[in-house]
Design a protein around this ligand. Structure first.
Ligand code: NDP
Length: 330
């Protein structure tokens, strides 16, 4: 049957303003990094994407690199866009990223103008759209002048191929320098995409949260569930088909006794609040006003339903926050 979006899709999920910009993003955004390439059934992928949209998740995050093979995830999204979501294009925030390697050529990697703008052309074709809403430089490239990488992002906006620009994985100093260059070019930095979770405190420790506040950009935080480690599912065993079973990015070696101890303690804390560890972990990243959106993945619609319920629970108390610190930091 032809897809028709849920009529109540804007009734539950809060939207949050990205930094000092004018753009609101849903508190949860959806990323296609894992299980959206040729490694998972298209019917399931399509079902998850459409379910996310029905839940009010209007922001979908891609990168030219996501697959396997590279570019396949955004081709998956492009197929769903063409089949089901074309008439909702105005309601979608689509992002993609350039700069991480997708081939052996020096022009298929890195922060040169050639690499970044070539990647954008590929991505627009893959996504089957004329423009992306947010175009990112995926990772800092210290071998390329920052002016060149930032200049390529500015050109993307000037050419009408992107509405906003972002950076990802930049440390605070370089993020600040990029923000200044972008401001001077009249294309303010919308958002910085960084890893942040109970198990990865770097944005607090290295000052990125402060930089975001000062420079007026939002943070969209990836792997807020530490790829699934901040759920109860690995406490006993590695379930069949879970990411830790067969992903090169989540090694089963991470799941040792230390992991099980701290995760069981966090799980108990979540249970005492009447929620799951996944829900607690998502609430935890979103407690920071600098964090505009939590960027989640999912391999089923049930995970999505479960996760977006996180904001229905009462805010974490100071006492609960210190218990999280006690168990979460090692
Ligand atoms: P998460 O930490 O949210 O992990 C999501 C995974 O955890 C799911 O795919 C699923 O994996 C598992 N999971 C989710 N919910 C549950 C649940 N309720 N119970 C049990 N398991 C659950 O985020 P990701 O690591 O997937 O990253 C999200 C997005 O962030 C990416 O898609 C990408 O867009 C972006 N990203 C950006 C990077 C960058 O460099 N800029 C780097 C990495 C990610 P499964 O069921 O398969 O085990």
């Amino acid at each position: 049957a032809p897809y028709s979006a849920a009529a109540d899709r804007y009734e539950t999920l809060p939207y949050r303003r990205s930094g000092a910009s004018g753009l609101d993003l849903p508190a949860f955004s959806f990323g296609l990094w894992q299980k959206f390439g040729a490694d998972y059934p298209f019917t399931t992928q399509r079902e998850i994407i459409l379910h996310a949209f029905d839940l009010g998740i209007s922001h979908f995050d891609n990168a030219d690199r996501y697959g396997p093979p590279h570019r396949a995830a955004q081709q998956t999204f492009g197929a769903v866009l063409a089949k089901d979501l074309t008439r909702y294009r105005d309601e979608l925030i689509l992002s993609t990223k350039a700069g991480n390697p997708i081939g052996a050529s020096p022009y298929l990697r890195g922060g040169s103008r050639k690499s970044i703008l070539t990647s954008l052309e590929h991505s627009l074709r893959d996504l089957r759209t004329d423009y992306v809403d947010i175009f990112y430089h995926h990772s800092p490239d210290l071998d390329v002048p920052l002016e060149e990488s930032v200049g390529a992002l500015v050109s993307a906006v000037q050419q009408g191929k992107a509405l906003y620009v972002g950076i990802s994985n930049y440390l605070p100093d370089r993020a600040h320098a990029a923000a200044e260059l972008l401001r001077a070019a009249g294309v303010p930095l919308l958002v910085h995409q960084t890893r942040y979770s109970i198990y990865d405190r770097r944005p607090e420790q290295n000052g990125l949260l402060d930089t975001a506040r000062r420079d007026g950009f939002g943070l969209i935080v990836y792997s807020p569930l530490a790829q699934g480690l901040l759920t109860a599912k690995y406490l006993e065993t590695i379930p069949r088909g879970a990411r830790a079973e067969n992903s090169t990015f989540l090694s089963p070696d991470m799941i040792d006794d230390t992991y099980r101890q701290r995760t069981a303690a966090l799980n108990k804390l979540a249970e005492s609040r009447g929620q799951s560890l996944a829900q607690l972990a998502l609430q935890w990243v979103l407690r920071r006003p600098e964090v505009t959106s939590a960027l989640i993945g999912a391999s089923s619609t049930a995970q999505l339903d479960h996760n977006i319920a996180a904001l229905r629970f009462s805010p974490l108390t100071d006492e609960e926050l210190s218990l999280v610190d006690e168990h979460g930091v090692h």
